[in-house]
Write a protein that binds this ligand. Sequence first.
Ligand code: NCD
Ligand code: ZN
Length: 344
Amino acid sequence: MTDTLTLRRPDDWHLHLRDGDMLRAVLPHTAAHFARAIIMPNLVPPVVTLSDAQAYHARIIAALPEGAAFTPLMTLYLTEDTDPDDVEAAHASGLVHAVKLYPAGATTNSASGVTNFEKVAPVFDRMAAIGLPLCTHGEVTDADVDIFDREAVFIDRVLDPIRRQHPDLRVVMEHITTSNAVDYIHANDTNIAATITTHHLVINRNHILAGGVKPHYYCLPVAKRESHRLALRAAATSGDTRFFLGTDSAPHTDAGKLQACGCAGCFTAPNTLSILAEVFEQEGALEQLEAFTSRNGPAFYGLPVNEDTITLTRQAPSYPRNIDTLDGPVTIFDPDMPLHWRVT
Ligand code: NCD
Ligand code: ZN
């Protein structure tokens, strides 16, 4: 039995860092383990232009702990007014690595997202021409579509038509939660990849709803039934280069989560690697962990892999139930199982 695991330093291909006091509180937890992360642009107001991204990038760098080596890979929030020339300049700046599509109203701070996809077709054309990936929050928002079906319906009604109209557009289906998404990836091998979160490998919808509602397990896209979780675990641990880690670590204060209309998001930055090692070991696939956390993502984004490494040892990790922020406590995701791997 292996007792140490050395991996190329991981990257997180989908991360919420927020801003201000929350940014300063959560960033050290990601920077401690990860070399780079794709930074979500859903601030209020959102990060829409290159100049917004430059300013947010500077605030992240300023919030880094002394001596931390961490590179934020910025994204632009796609709106119906996004200017293709600004997107091209953003890509050329070397700072911006993707454009994020939120269907309007799909999730936290997505009010400025897209309703009319025809309006953004010129942006997609430009992105396809310059090779800049589109990251998708893959859920439709129609009130008449059941929340558990919104990802599958998005694939049929939105994603597949966009990809047919823009075959050269490189797309990341983010935080996939269904076997439908896994099947879609398997059936399409060019210009497409998917990120999978830590928590969706661990929880199904029973964790949220059975025996009392558990707001800390509520995130979007919402966890689905067990068969979908098993499909995600098979995909993540398969070594298939089209699947890689995007934690979607999304901190909200306990006050924000524990209310009549609670916020969506799980905060997994501090314990993600311990949980992933556990999941991969349960699946008998520890040898695939590095591909998922450290190799497949850079390959899709056209970036070099990290040269330095991190080591996990077989030892129970210790971390608090929550972290303190000046906005209030933020609960760390509880994997609801014993963990045996600690980052050393
Ligand atoms: C994210 C957030 O809080 O910003 N929440 C979540 O449940 N994942 C938004 C998102 O990625 O959907
Ligand atoms: Zn997210």
